[in-house]
Design a protein around this ligand. Structure first.
Ligand code: CS2
Length: 479
């Protein structure tokens, strides 16, 4: 138990205009920080009601401190701390679904934003379609007034607004998905259509789903972080969040009924986020996942430790230059060479302890947009994909659940059981790879049957088994 006084709110909360689903570390380091700055400069009814679907952790930690918390930017030259007061309340949908739906149906709420991670969309990451047959979706369709999923909550809230004659809200996806606005739209319309065609038609005509590109490296908060923030600020704040100084938010300016002045806080408003999204998902998240699997197998705990090893830094350079950048359209105002150089500097930041294990989570949901789309595009160009295929092989080796020293890996993934079974049932490396490539939720059939891809993954998988991750990476970058 901390002996420090509890952090406490100092200003009255703004009237709520946003409901945010998924109040994890990223939201507290990103959306709420931008909103806090917009509220401080321009004011307005844009307080945030943060809603967890299941966990009561955010409510338990934030509510006793009036929903204020400390945001700490960890730079290479020291840290800077700020108290964020943009959140006006925190609710848990599992415990009080009616209250959450009442808030979401209130016409004062103009935006429902989301950081629910890839799996929160209940979709098939390979195709982008809602998994209508998924048990949690079937349960929500059978009890639409007591939804437990994000699509279920959003559609029920929109149904109530339509019934009351109100405008819908803007759905603002802030997850690392391709075309995240369009993906959210497709899923919500599919869910609504399965409930009521007229409701789906109304949502299709009236609702807005702008896409966004979000970027700030934010590891999960640990007990050590809470103690460190206590030492820095003199307050006990279990809701604190530690992140890098860098941030970038690119948003399509298409809202039903206004938005906070996020541009005052540096957000970029554009008509299409497509090029920025490809740049970020492929260059940053693609290499993050690559470093997570191969770095973990090589025995590294964090991304900073992994890229401190020169062969891994060289691997990043190789895949950016030869494999990823040739597939990325040029976003206006960006210098792609400088962008990837700055990524390596961000990864190297020793103050950020971003665990390879954390990033390795939910690979089945991440691989398509982070690695597989790039591989398909690069193969279409007749280009090199050796590094990215090694990353896919690293994932396959990781989901088998045993590390290079024979110790178990705690694989967290909605498909963990199926992946482990597939990864362990092959009698040879080639057969193991074939079994994993047959998983349609992850690998599009055209790519899975492309020999330039499958042969490279098989060769890489065999090298990983025989020589270990570090040697395989060293061999590739020396070639
Ligand atoms: C990371 C991202 O955990 C992960 O999968 O790749 O959370 C990454 O840190 C952010 O997208 C950076 O903006």
């Amino acid at each position: 138990m901390s002996t420090l006084p509890r952090l406490c709110r100092t200003s009255a909360p703004a009237a709520a205009g946003i409901v945010h689903l998924g109040p994890g570390a990223f939201f507290r380091a990103f959306n709420a920080v931008y909103t806090d700055e917009a509220l401080r400069t321009r004011g307005g009814p844009w307080g945030i009601v943060a809603v967890s679907l299941q966990s009561d952790r955010a409510a338990r930690t934030l509510r006793p401190q009036g929903c204020a918390y400390t945001s700490v930017a960890l730079g290479t030259d020291g840290e800077s701390t700020r108290v964020i007061e943009a959140i006006s309340d925190v609710l848990v949908a599992r415990d009080e679904p009616d209250h959450v739906l009442d808030v979401m149906a209130d016409p004062q709420i103009k935006i429902v934003s989301l950081t629910i991670t890839e799996k929160g969309y209940c979709h098939d990451p390979g195709t982008g379609d809602l998994r209508l047959e998924a048990p949690e979706i079937q349960t929500d369709l059978a009890n639409p007034m007591r939804p437990a999923t994000a699509p279920g909550l959003i559609v029920e809230a929109l149904a109530r607004r339509r019934h009351a004659g109100h405008l819908p809200f803007t759905v603002l996806s802030c997850d690392n998905l391709p075309d995240n606005g369009a993906t959210a739209r497709r899923i919500i319309l599919a869910f609504a259509r399965a409930r009521d065609a007229a409701l789906a038609d109304w949502i299709e005509a009236e609702c807005r789903f702008p896409s966004t590109m979000v970027d700030r490296i934010t590891p999960a908060t640990t007990a050590d972080d809470i103690a460190r923030v206590g030492a820095l600020t003199g307050y006990h704040d279990p809701a604190c969040v530690l992140h890098e100084p860098f941030r970038q938010w690119v948003i399509e300016d298409d809202f039903v009924a206004g938005r906070p002045a996020w541009d005052e806080a540096g957000a970029q408003f554009v008509t299409s986020v497509h090029a920025h999204e490809k740049m970020k998902l492929r260059c940053l998240n693609g290499t993050h996942s690559m470093l997570a699997y191969l770095g973990y197998l090589a025995g590294y705990e964090t991304i900073a430790e992994t890229v401190a090893d020169p062969v891994f830094a060289a691997l990043c350079d190789r895949v950016w230059q030869k494999e990823i950048l040739p597939t990325v359209p040029h976003p206006e105002g960006e210098d792609l060479t400088a962008y990837v150089a700055s990524l390596l500097a961000r990864y190297r930041n020793p103050a950020i302890r971003h665990r390879t294990w954390q990033i390795a989570m939910d690979g089945s949901q991440k691989l398509p947009q982070r690695l597989l789309g790039t591989i398909s595009d690069r193969l279409d160009q007749g280009g090199d994909v050796a590094g990215l295929c090694l990353a896919v092989a690293g994932w396959m080796r990781y989901v088998g659940g045993t590390d290079e020293k024979g110790a178990p890996i705690d694989v967290r993934d909605p498909l963990a059981d199926a992946l482990k079974t597939a990864a362990r049932s092959g009698v040879s490396a080639a057969e193991t790879v074939d079994r994993l490539l047959a998983i349609r939720a992850v690998f599009p059939p055209d790519l899975a049957k492309e020999p330039r891809f499958s042969d490279a993954v098989k060769a890489a998988y065999l090298r990983l088994e025989n020589c270990g991750a570090r040697n395989t990476v060293a061999e590739l970058v020396a070639a």
